[in-house]
Design a protein around this ligand. Structure first.
Ligand code: ZN
Length: 278
């Protein structure tokens, strides 16, 4: 790869990163933040492992920081012990060099975000084409205020195990699932702090790892508020069930600016080297 040309300077970063088929041959390192960064030395999650399958292989988003791959190995081995599960179906992690994507996510840019399907990984011999066609299963009812009958104790145990892993910073899941977990949790509740209610996230949950130790140039998010977050989640659910009246528009409010596409110069400076590396 040559130097960054002036054409590249104007090109949306998502086109530059989206064009890279493999990880960079560099020391593994996330640079920047989850929604504005890149990853050096990412490794590819094997398409099939003893307790997982990577889904939608055509997207080529099964690349992550080595710590992310180790996390998936461990969590999927735990999932495989749950009744009806032989492992996990893994959705998007990151592109080979991270960075913004042509479609889909804003985050997932530094190789530390993982989408994990809610559908139990029962069959781990799905072909490539089956992995393009098969869908996950939604766990929600009443617009996400409640879980539906596909939600099981195994889901609770798998999300709990993920939240208790020291490498995990937060987990995004729909509000009804968080409230269900709050209701079902026995004993230690500290792990619930990391389970964060969010829009969507009923076909998959999203695990976000903290910056690995010693990863200079990687920006952590502020930790979630103290406490188990259960009252907040319940409030969210109440608002789904009884939506509050819309706030009157403020005539003096500034017009929201359209979000500009990131170019390479918007990203941490290390990301140019990540792109240029072999
Ligand atoms: Zn995600």
């Amino acid at each position: 790869m040559g130097l960054v040309t002036s054409a590249d300077a104007a090109t949306p970063a998502k086109e530059l990163f989206g064009a890279k088929p493999t990880g960079s041959q560099q020391k593994p390192a996330p640079f920047g933040s989850y929604a504005k960064g890149c990853v050096a030395g990412a490794v590819q999650l094997p398409e099939t492992g003893p307790t997982w399958q990577a889904m939608r292989l055509s997207r080529n988003r099964n690349w992550g920081h080595p710590e992310t791959i180790r996390f998936i190995e461990k969590l999927s081995a735990f999932a495989a012990k749950q009744p009806g599960w032989n492992g996990l179906y893994i959705g998007d992690i990151s592109q080979p060099r991270g960075g913004p994507m042509l479609s889909g996510h804003r985050s997932h840019q530094v190789g530390l975000d993982i989408d994990i399907w809610m559908r139990p990984g029962d069959n781990l011999s799905l072909s490539r084409s089956q992995r393009e066609k098969i869908s996950s299963i939604s766990m929600r009812r009443s617009k996400g205020a409640y879980v539906n009958s596909d939600w099981t104790r195994a889901h609770h145990e798998i999300l709990k195990a993920a939240a208790r892993d020291k490498r995990v910073a937060r987990i995004f899941v729909f509000p009804g699932a968080k409230v269900q977990m709050c209701n079902d949790a026995k004993g230690d509740r500290r792990w619930l702090r990391k389970i964060r209610p969010w829009w969507g996230h009923h076909y998959h949950f999203h695990v976000r790892l903290a910056c690995p130790k010693g990863a200079r140039g990687c920006t952590d998010q502020n930790p979630p508020p103290r406490g188990d977050g259960c009252a907040d989640a319940q409030k969210w659910v109440n608002d789904i069930l009884n939506p509050p009246p819309p706030k009157p528009a403020d005539p003096n409010a500034p017009k929201p600016k359209p979000r500009r596409e990131y170019t390479l110069s918007d990203l941490p400076k290390q990301c140019a080297a990540v792109l240029q590396s072999n």
